[in-house]
Design a protein. Structure first.
Lengths: 497, 440
């Protein structure tokens, strides 16, 4: 046992212990034997900085830096030059953070670096690149998001609802009218304002040398000298009761997302305590999730059911949490993957009832022990590569964590107690006040059923164990306090305008 | 999908000239008496290991009428436990080990994988060997899981690409099992709950050691691990029998189909041609794979024209990857304006025609080889990335030597070889075109 603990500690050190910050504007993750170099230049800007009426400007600007010409090269020339190097770069914007990413093999650094830095320092912002990316963005908002992925759609509606009226109140990619109104001059102005020498942090990982740090510092000093004003944390309206947004569309199945604000971010002991509860209740895409067990494994009603205490965009595509999408204001979120339309009310009741039981009863000793042991090792899978470890190191700086979040995560799994977890549940989770976004068809009749609190009997196409059928009796008329004035129906065509 | 194929392709393409060796890590490969192929790859990855069980069975093997989608469905059942470790007990142990595990199914294979702390190797092996030999589930569990599979189908079908793939495969193939996607025909998915008895037969047919490759990568001692493998898998009885997969008759003419998508989407097209089965002695399949990037990649002429200059399409890309049986070589595009559909089809066909007479640029071909070299080096950075790169090839030939052999072939490919392959594969008589338009 002792040997096991020592080896785990050693492992934790090797994986997460090398992060080294020497300078306020530097995040370094050196890995001597790594033949590659990872760049992450963090600009303190995101969709929260989109001007009113120009929602999507931060993402569009980042898109043009990723896939546009520079003053020295057309975009197709850039692609030609990068091709034999097997290297590329991209600029990704989230709500509060934009990262200009690159990765290259050391052998190719001399050829790569001038292309990489040119893209950041000398964007040409050509009309043809602008039109291409703008059209693609509009297509995503008008068709892909509304008609090709009800799961992402549900989550987008939920976030927009919860943060309505604040700087977080539109999805990162923007709104249709916002994107339509953006001009190339808006992009240039935004770039000049936020891609400033006073507004970045250099992230470097892998097998770089000291000279590269200095080279980057000198080159980035060529950015303009404007001061950037910090934006305050959003102050969304308090949620009162269960607030529904039903999105009416010809949906073959019903997707459900729900959540509420939590006043907690990673780094504090309380956050790690809540992370244990959340992992037990709904670990992302893991069969250990309790909701998954109840809705999918026992009842076969859908493909999966999870919960979150941190934003997890594109959850359908990723197994492990993403880096560099930090937020000062997080929500607790439940994600129910599409269920047969006829079971929507039953499943909604099931999820809310399970949440109530977690809040009212807390975790059991047995579940607590199992989950913290699980997490202690599972977080090793969060960052397997240098690039993702550098991503975590940057997020550590964002959240003001002295050291490594993942290291702390593992350490906390030994320190926190069941009482800590159950206190965190009581303090931060609840089931009375939340926003619920549902993508479904025939929303009007669903609204009536919700408002009338009608019984939702369930019929399975296949036999179920007696224990499940007994439990169902408690679910079918589980009382939800729903005010019909708080059920809003929106046609899918009307979204994101 | 395309990117993944390209990545897999690159991963093995380097190093032959430099070190006369494709793969940078030493490995140990053994076939047990019962036919189980075992590949052990130690690498410097402090405390981490990846464990892949590759079943050389996918939707290709679903030869029985009304049983399409079964390989994928069975992937779900493999998590339902055994007598010794019933589902919830197994889940609880895997949870306590903090392992990251999952599985996926393709047309040619079903792959189960776990990443975990290497010190837990024996516990993981005990669990994995147990479920592959002694899987046991109730009819109720079976029926419930069928519901989850139907849920997965419902989730997928809201994506227009899924509808496009379904239509493409059912149009291009008449007899071969590639005529359905891995999910299966929806009418078969709906009746899956009734197939309990068949599921046991399926397990006995395909989940046999002589149809499986066990691949373990990471912080391992190969000798000790091999002993462990012998202990836990040695008594497993062989008995795999290759199913009788119908041969696809030669296509004798252009096939075209238009399909409506329920939701809104920009039009999608796919232009596909019949390829050959994976065969190390067939240089043409490797030449076609290289042609994919040269003719339709981000630096290709058609990409510059349609995506960057004229901006008529959202994307154009190709997938000329490999299959165990003769599959499809496909070019995809999403078109911004319905009126341009014929124009884009014509541009794609013209590109194919052009290279029937012209040679690809030899500098570009060399650049592609350099690109392969560095992609290879850059992407082998964790046990899971090494392990995840191998199943495609080990499914075709369960022997690591295939990788060296394959890239010896690739290294010799010339512009003339590519021209020959283009002439061989991209004739109109073996072409299938599917056009998908939004329904609103």
């Amino acid at each position: 046992m002792f040997k096991k603990i020592i080896s785990l500690l050693l492992l934790a050190f090797l994986l997460f212990g090398c992060s080294n910050m020497k300078d306020e504007n530097l995040v370094l993750y050196p890995v001597k034997d790594d033949p590659t170099i990872s760049f992450k230049i963090w600009f303190k800007v995101g969709s929260q900085n989109d001007p009113k009426g120009k929602e999507g400007l931060a993402a569009l600007t980042a898109g043009l830096l990723s896939e546009g010409a520079t003053k020295n090269n057309s975009y197709d020339q850039i692609l030609e030059k990068l091709f034999p190097l097997a290297a590329g770069y991209s600029c990704n914007s989230s709500v509060e953070m934009t990262i200009f990413n690159g990765r290259v093999h050391k052998d190719n650094l001399d050829e790569y670096y001038p292309i990489f830095i040119d893209a950041l320092l000398n964007p040409a912002f050509k009309e043809e690149d602008f039109n291409r990316i703008k059209q693609r963005t509009l297509n995503y908002l008008n068709t892909t998001l509304k008609y090709s992925s009800d799961e992402e759609l549900g989550k987008a509606v939920l976030y927009n609802d919860i943060f309505d009226g604040t700087t977080y109140g539109h999805i990162t990619i923007g709104t249709i009218s916002g994107i339509e109104s953006i001009t190339i001059d808006d992009v240039k102005e935004f770039y000049n304002k936020y891609y400033s020498k006073n507004n970045f942090v250099i992230g470097l990982g892998g097998g770089y040398d000291e000279a590269l740090i200095n080279r980057l510092k000198n080159d980035l000093a060529k950015l303009n000298d404007l001061q950037v004003e910090e934006i305050g944390k959003p102050q969304p309206e308090k949620i009162d009761g269960l607030n529904f947004t039903l999105i009416e569309k010809e949906a073959p199945a019903t997707a459900i997302s729900m959540g509420f604000l939590i006043d907690l971010v990673r780094g504090s002991k309380e956050w790690y305590a809540l992370a244990v509860a959340n992992s037990w209740f709904g670990e992302h895409r893991n069969s250990s999730s309790h909701l998954y067990q109840i809705i999918r494994e026992e009842r076969g009603l859908n493909y999966g059911d999870y919960s979150y205490i941190e934003n997890f965009p594109n959850g359908g595509s990723y197994q492990m949490p993403p880096t560099n999408v930090p937020r000062r204001q997080q929500i607790f979120e439940i994600w129910i993957r599409p269920v047969p339309n006829e079971t929507r009310q039953f499943v909604l009741r099931t999820a809310l009832r399970e949440l109530q039981m977690l809040v009212d009863n807390g975790m059991t000793k047995e579940d607590f022990e199992l989950t913290r042991n699980f997490l202690k090792k599972y977080v090793l899978n969060f960052a397997k590569t240098t690039s993702s470890r550098l991503g975590y190191a940057i997020d550590d700086k964002f959240y003001g964590i002295d050291g490594s979040h993942l290291e702390l995560f593992r350490k906390m799994m030994d320190e926190i107690t069941l009482e800590d977890v159950n206190n965190a549940i009581k303090k931060h989770l609840q089931y009375d006040n939340m926003k619920i976004a549902i993508i479904t068809k025939d929303a009007e009749s669903f609204k009536n059923n919700l408002a009338a609190n009608t019984t939702s009997p369930i019929e399975y196409s296949t036999p179920k164990p007696e224990s499940v059928l007994e439990e169902d009796k408690n679910i079918i008329d589980y009382k939800l306090n729903i005010d019909q004035n708080k059920i809003n129906i929106i046609q899918v065509e009307e979204l994101f305008k | 999908m395309l990117k993944k194929l390209i990545l897999l392709f690159f991963i093995f393409a380097f190093n032959m000239n430099a070190q006369n060796k494709v793969f940078p890590y030493d490995y140990k490969q053994v076939t047990l008496d019962n036919g189980l192929s075992v590949v052990l790859i130690p690498m410097n990855s402090p405390g981490l290991a990846s464990y892949y069980t590759i079943v050389r069975t996918g939707s290709r093997d679903e030869v029985e009428e009304g049983k399409t989608g079964f390989a994928h469905f069975f992937e779900h059942m493999m998590f339902r436990g055994t007598e010794k470790y019933p589902g919830p007990v197994r889940d609880s142990i895997v949870t306590s080990l903090g392992a990251d595990g999952n599985a996926y199914t393709t047309d040619d294979r079903t792959v189960y994988y776990l990443s975990f702390a290497a010190e837990d190797m024996e516990r993981i092996m005990e669990l994995e060997s147990d479920r592959f030999q002694f899987l046991k589930y109730s009819e109720q569990d079976f029926q419930t899981e069928a519901g989850a599979v139907y849920g997965e189908y419902r989730k997928n079908i809201t994506n227009p690409f899924m509808v496009l793939f379904e239509t493409l495969h059912s149009t291009a193939f008449d007899k071969h099992t590639y005529r359905h996607t891995t999910m299966g025909f929806v009418e078969d998915i709906k009746i899956m709950p009734q197939q309990f008895e068949f599921s046991k037969k399926f397990f006995n047919m395909f989940y046999r050691p002589d149809n499986i490759v066990l691949l373990i990568v990471g912080d391992i001692d190969t000798d000790k691990t091999l002993e462990m493998v012998k202990q836990y898998y040695g008594n497993w009885k062989s008995g795999y029998v290759q199913p009788d997969i119908p041969l696809e008759p030669k296509q004798n003419g252009l096939r075209e189909k238009e399909v409506k998508f329920q939701g809104r989407t920009l039009p999608l097209i796919v232009i596909s041609h019949k390829g050959d089965a994976f065969d190390i002695n067939n240089k043409d399949i490797f030449a076609a794979s290289l042609f994919e990037d040269l003719a339709f990649g981000e630096t290709s002429e058609i990409y510059k024209k349609l995506v960057l200059n004229e901006q008529k399409v959202q994307f154009v890309s190709a997938d000329f990857g490999f299959n165990r049986d003769p599959g499809l070589l496909s070019v995809y595009s999403m078109i911004k304006n319905e009126n341009d559909i014929d124009y884009v089809k014509n541009e794609i066909n013209s590109t194919l025609e052009k290279y029937k007479t012209e040679l690809v640029d030899s500098k570009k071909l060399n650049d592609l080889k350099k690109r392969m070299k560095y992609s290879f080096l850059m992407n082998l950075d964790s046990p899971s990335s090494v392990a995840s790169a191998l199943p495609t090839y080990l499914t075709y030939v369960p022997d690591m030597k295939i990788i060296d052999q394959m890239f010896e072939v690739i290294d010799t490919i010339t512009p003339e070889d590519i021209k020959n392959a283009v002439n061989k594969y991209f004739g109109e008589e073996q072409r299938t075109i599917v056009t998908l338009k939004g329904g609103m």
